[in-house]
Design a protein around this ligand. Structure first.
Ligand code: LLP
Length: 420
């Protein structure tokens, strides 16, 4: 359930008319709902109520806006980060360093040093090579980095190939059958305090079964490590729970996920960690856009050209992803159209042959479920600027990220003198 609903026939974000935001801030613009973020944070936490010891770290990659992170931090969420930049954002948003988990296959030496200095709570190590490097850096500082080892369970998550992470040929985690040996060697290093395991098999999972299989394998590994004498106190189960992108679509609920986790992890006697991203932020945001013109196309469906483009919302172009597209002031009339942006490539297509509200030039519309992996994946391709972000709270809103015009982007560029 989200808070982007019609009032008197006109789409609102909570109690703010989207028409008002479009008039005052301009389009395209990302609009987030605080009430929806908080509701999702609560629902996810409550779904894990029967798990005795747990911590939740929001996957910052899904939506790194400082105001969004502040909302979630105040809900008791920590942060799962995958770069020095994300770590700095989480800290800037007021999330305590000890509540930050640092994941990712390519942590640089500098990022690891900065994370140690900042006091991040846990590193999820993705390779033996990384573990050795982290140990050296921590040891050099007279510190011990608190770590889990991320394992690759070789399980097909059944999601889009570009966001699947748990197959043996994906770059993530260490091979399952080598994990005990690697864990043992890393645990012997003075700069590391190995305390457990981590796993994450992919994103937008529409089926709990692959997660269940992965967690069962992690449970088996946990027993092996304990049998070998290693005290395992923490297991990070990652994120991945999918969300409905189409009205009426049924996906496993957080409650079903929580029930499965409780069943599989029963008796593990560890602190469980979770890294949800999309399930918290996805349906808490829309991309508000204005129709530039409707281009007729003979007998074929017309092109609805909107002012948002693939640089603002990359998911349809990258993954063929579906985002529901609704008029802000629907007339009741419907049309079938191709929904496209102004960018000069055919990939700049949000939807083909989409049955949608009838629209004419100047109308406003939203791409729904754009609160996760939306603004954060934007680029400035075609020298378009970066879209602003707005957070709504009841009947008020604030611009929580300014529009960055192209001039500000090319202000960082230089023409060397010797070019004349
Ligand atoms: N933890 C780790 C280690 C991850 O790699 C990810 C996502 C998450 C947690 C959060 O997963 P979530 O709960 O959001 O599914 N740009 C793609 C999604 C990439 C996800 C990458 N990893 C998209 O737009 O669909």
């Amino acid at each position: 359930m989200d808070h982007f609903q019609p009032q008197n026939g006109e789409l609102h974000a909570e109690d703010v008319a989207l028409v008002r935001i479009a008039d005052e801030v301009g389009t395209p613009v990302y609009v987030y709902s605080r009430a929806t973020l908080e509701r999702h944070a609560r629902v996810f936490r409550e779904a894990l109520a029967s798990i005795p010891s747990k911590r939740i770290a929001f996957a910052v990659k899904a939506n790194p806006n400082l105001a969004v992170l502040r909302v979630l931090g105040r809900q008791g969420y920590g942060a799962d980060v995958v770069s020095g930049g994300e770590m700095k954002r989480a800290l800037a948003a007021g999330i305590a360093a000890r509540d930050i988990v640092f994941s990712g296959v390519g942590k640089s030496a500098r990022e690891m040093a900065e994370a140690l200095d900042a006091g991040v709570g846990q590193f999820n190590i993705e390779s033996e090579e990384e573990g050795i490097e982290l140990a050296r850096i921590a040891d050099g500082k007279g510190m011990r980095a608190v770590c889990t080892l991320r394992v690759n369970p070789d399980i097909d998550a059944g999601t889009h190939e570009k966001i699947s992470t748990g197959k043996a040929d994906n770059k993530f985690g260490v091979p399952f059958d080598l994990a005990v040996g690697i864990y043992a060697r890393l645990a012997a290093l003075p700069g590391l305090q190995m305390r457990g395991l981590a796993v994450h098999i992919g994103s937008q999972l529409a089926d709990l079964r692959p997660l269940e299989l992965a967690f069962e394998k992690v449970g088996a590994l946990l027993s092996m490590l304990r049998a070998a004498g290693y005290p395992v106190t923490h297991v990070d189960l990652g994120g991945g729970l999918g969300v409905p992108y189409k009205a009426g679509e049924e996906l496993p609920s957080p409650a079903e996920y929580g029930e499965m986790v409780a069943r599989i992890t029963h008796g593990w006697d560890v602190e469980l960690m979770f890294e949800p991203g999309r399930v918290i932020a996805g349906n808490a945001g829309v991309l508000l856009t204005r129709v530039i013109r409707v281009k007729r196309n003979g007998n074929r469906p017309p092109f609805v050209v909107v002012d948002a483009a693939m640089n603002d919302l990359a998911r349809p172009a990258l993954y063929g992803a579906w985002h529901d597209f609704d008029a802000v002031r629907p007339t009741g009339e419907r049309m079938t159209a191709h929904i496209v942006g102004p960018i000069c490539e055919t990939g700049d297509t949000f939807a083909r042959d989409r049955e949608c509200d009838a629209l004419v030039a100047g109308d406003l519309a939203v791409f729904r479920t754009a609160g996760a992996y939306g603004a954060t994946m934007a680029s400035s391709y075609n020298s378009r600027g970066f879209v602003p972000e707005v957070l709504v709270d009841g009947d008020k809103y604030a611009v929580v990220a300014d529009r960055i015009p192209p001039e500000e982007i090319y202000a960082a560029e230089r023409v060397p003198e010797w070019l004349g």
